[in-house]
Write a protein of this length. Structure first.
Length: 255
């Protein structure tokens, strides 16, 4: 007799960007268990899941295509654990995972809802908790400011181009040649056109915010670029002297 732990994992489908459902939940949980995926386990195969999967494929010597085919799924099953009942129970309760696997289960998912102190709760209401899941090391203000910058600089670009702009900001924060805070990088004199012309204060849309979160979660389509420019409008000879990495949308990204 086969125990539940020995039953076949995943379905037979190839799981790819845009997919939804139980297979994606399992994929996200297994990638998070191994430390490749830092996003929400929600059963939606977005770009964060895609790049986490590609990183997994790279590290495990698989074909790097961002598709969870038979070989990739088998490798995931061998390398990780998946408690389907536990994960789905937490999702049903509205809890957002901050980490799956490796620690006690009660520490693996965030509280289901936020309670505001001073609203008449009694001891029976339970502790005051915070449901906002902010990526480690970044404040809500950092994320908002980056979304403003992405929207002001790249709202007409394809989604990958918006993630790329966010990635450049993060790369500068990590570089010793630039300020070590998000605000410092964005407001460095002459650094961004959107600051100079005031577009930094436009209200960003959800796409810009999601681009920021994908960049924070590890997607860098620029290849560690520190600069970018639009060749149709650039007037500085200096920017053309930078080693170019690639072009995404209308922007050229450079070292």
């Amino acid at each position: 007799m086969i125990s539940p732990q020995q039953t076949e994992a995943f379905s037979n489908q190839v799981i790819q960007h845009g997919a939804t459902g139980d297979d994606v939940i399992e994929l996200q949980a297994r990638l998070q268990y191994l430390g490749f995926y830092n996003g929400k386990i929600d059963g939606v195969f977005g770009w964060g899941t895609y790049w986490a999967l590609r990183n997994f494929q790279y590290e495990f010597g698989l074909e790097i295509d961002g598709l969870a085919g038979e070989e990739t799924k088998q490798k995931l099953v061998k390398a990780s654990k998946y408690d389907e009942a536990f994960v789905k129970e937490q999702i049903a309760k509205g809890k957002k995972f901050t980490h799956y696997g490796g620690v006690d289960k009660e520490k693996q998912s965030a509280p289901a809802k936020t309670k505001q102190a001073g609203q008449g709760e009694t001891a029976d209401d339970g502790p005051t908790v915070t449901a906002v899941n902010v990526p480690q090391g970044f404040s809500q203000n950092d994320i908002q400011l980056m979304a403003n910058a992405v929207y002001g600089e790249a709202r007409g670009e394809p989604y990958v181009g918006q993630v790329a702009v966010a990635a450049v900001i993060l790369n500068r924060v990590e570089s010793p040649s630039f300020p070590n805070t998000v605000a410092g990088v964005i407001f460095e004199p002459g650094a961004f056109t959107a600051v100079a012309d005031g577009q930094i204060w436009l209200t960003p849309n959800e796409t810009a915010r999601q681009a920021v979160l994908d960049a924070i979660n590890g997607w860098d389509p620029t290849g560690n670029a520190l600069y970018y420019f639009n060749p149709e409008t650039a007037t500085s000879p200096w920017i053309w002297s930078r080693p170019q990495i690639k072009k995404i949308g209308k922007h050229i990204f450079c070292k």
